[in-house]
Design a protein around this ligand. Structure first.
Ligand SMILES: Cc1cc2nc3c(=O)[nH]c(=O)nc-3n(C[C@H](O)[C@H](O)[C@H](O)COP(=O)(O)O)c2cc1C
Length: 389
């Protein structure tokens, strides 16, 4: 195994190993990719405060996330088509997360189905719901997640319609890949990926194929989204979905204080400040910029989590210091999966935990509950002064 010291190392191997269309699908934001870039670069503007001569023995990152025990305050985000980055990707990622002791969230748009992941793992996972126009299908999805004993429902609110990512259109993204001269030329150089793919039957959207009626093109994420996702989703429907589920709920994709207040009225177990990793509204502010205003507005009513742009344990520490109860990672673990399957996801988690542990120590903190705003140095105008009129 090559020496892996940071998430960037995993990303380089992922890029070499996975077909171009799937690496690009992961590594892109919508339109100009401004929000995608700023999610990461805004973390760099925040600094950590070095403290010395504090007893650093007996450190721990253990915590609870929505009342569930976790090795560290980190969860794996739902990522569509994970099973195309590496054969059986969802099962491998869920196993790695389960063994490590952090939650894994399975996407509605996964390759391995809910039942398949449940059968092939031994820890409960969370299920992420996209709401479909076909309410019967949505209800069945919720029932299937219940039957699989998923321990939380993550309802994604920021994708009623799909943001445009230029590369996906140019690459003709599909699952499994359509064979064109361009894709064949690229696939020919990805033999390790191809050999593993040949050994699995999991190559289509497992939660959809055989479960949803009237779908004309199951291979294309954009066609399916345009056809099936519910553009009429509103807060009333969210409340109904929460009622149907009846268990722990996380509302994902909140980036605005007014929306956070509205979400908190529904009393979810947590909300996730997120712009979908910069994949939806290009030009929106980064998640880390919106974190403190949202924590100030609703942090006393509900747990506030964050995703988008987290690539290191330092980023996790900064987010916790700014009020997040947990951080979620998407690309950071997908790079690991694409690079080396389950071992790569474990590696990504180890890298982040080690960085978090060392950074906590050097900031004079032994436990997660000792992390407070005084850990960070934040530029005065970090959130910016923006006018809505
Ligand atoms: C390739 C890819 C696919 C994604 N698919 C989904 C999805 O199916 N459902 C969802 O709620 N979010 C999805 N997301 C968004 C992630 O859940 C998460 O919000 C985002 O990745 C966080 O940003 P980060 O990648 O910078 O960590 C996806 C993100 C990526 C990168």
């Amino acid at each position: 195994m090559p020496v892996i010291t940071c998430i960037e190392d995993l990303k380089r191997i992922h890029e070499r190993r996975a077909p171009r269309m799937f690496f690009d699908y992961c590594e892109s934001g919508s339109w100009t990719e401004q929000t995608f870039r700023e999610n990461v670069t805004d973390f760099d503007k925040i600094r950590l405060r070095q403290r010395v001569a504090v007893d650093m023995t007996g450190r721990s990152q253990k915590t609870q996330i929505i009342g569930q025990e976790a090795t560290m305050p980190l969860a794996l985000s739902p990522v569509g088509m994970t099973g195309m980055q590496h054969a059986d990707g969802e099962i491998l990622a869920a196993r790695a997360a389960g063994k490590f002791g952090v939650p894994y969230t399975l996407s509605t748009m996964s390759i391995c189905s809910i039942e398949d992941v449940a059968e092939n793992t031994d820890k409960p996972f969370w299920f992420q719901l996209y709401t479909m126009k076909d309410m019967d299908y949505t209800k069945r999805l919720i029932e299937r997640a219940k039957a699989a004993k998923c321990s939380a429902l993550v309802i994604t609110l920021d994708l009623q319609i799909l943001g445009q990512r230029h590369k996906d259109l140019k690459n003709g993204l599909s699952a499994p890949p359509k064979l064109t001269p361009k894709s064949i030329a690229n696939l020919a150089t990805k033999w390790a990926w191809g050999l593993e793919m040949l050994q699995t039957k999991r190559r289509v959207f497992g939660n959809i194929v055989g479960h949803a009626s009237g779908v004309t093109d199951t291979s294309s994420l954009s066609a399916w989204t345009a056809e099936q996702f519910d553009p009429a989703l509103d807060w009333g429907k969210v409340a109904k979905l929460m009622e149907m589920w009846g268990g722990k709920v996380i509302l994902k994709g909140i980036l605005d204080v007014e929306d956070a207040k509205r979400a908190a009225e529904l009393e979810p177990d947590a909300i996730i400040v997120s712009n979908h990793g910069g994949r939806q509204l290009d030009g929106a502010l980064s998640s880390i910029r919106m974190l403190r205003p949202i924590v100030d507005a609703v942090g006393h009513k509900t747990d506030v989590h964050i995703d988008s742009g987290i690539r290191s344990g330092q980023d996790v520490l900064k987010a916790l210091a700014m009020g997040a109860k947990a951080a979620h990672i998407g690309r950071a673990y997908i790079y690991g999966l694409g690079a080396m399957g389950e071992a790569g996801v474990t590696k990504a988690l180890e890298v982040i935990q080690k960085e978090l542990d060392t950074s906590m120590a050097l900031c004079g903190r032994q436990t997660i509950d000792q992390i407070d705003p005084s850990v960070t140095l934040i530029p005065e105008d970090f959130e910016g002064r923006w006018h809505t009129t």
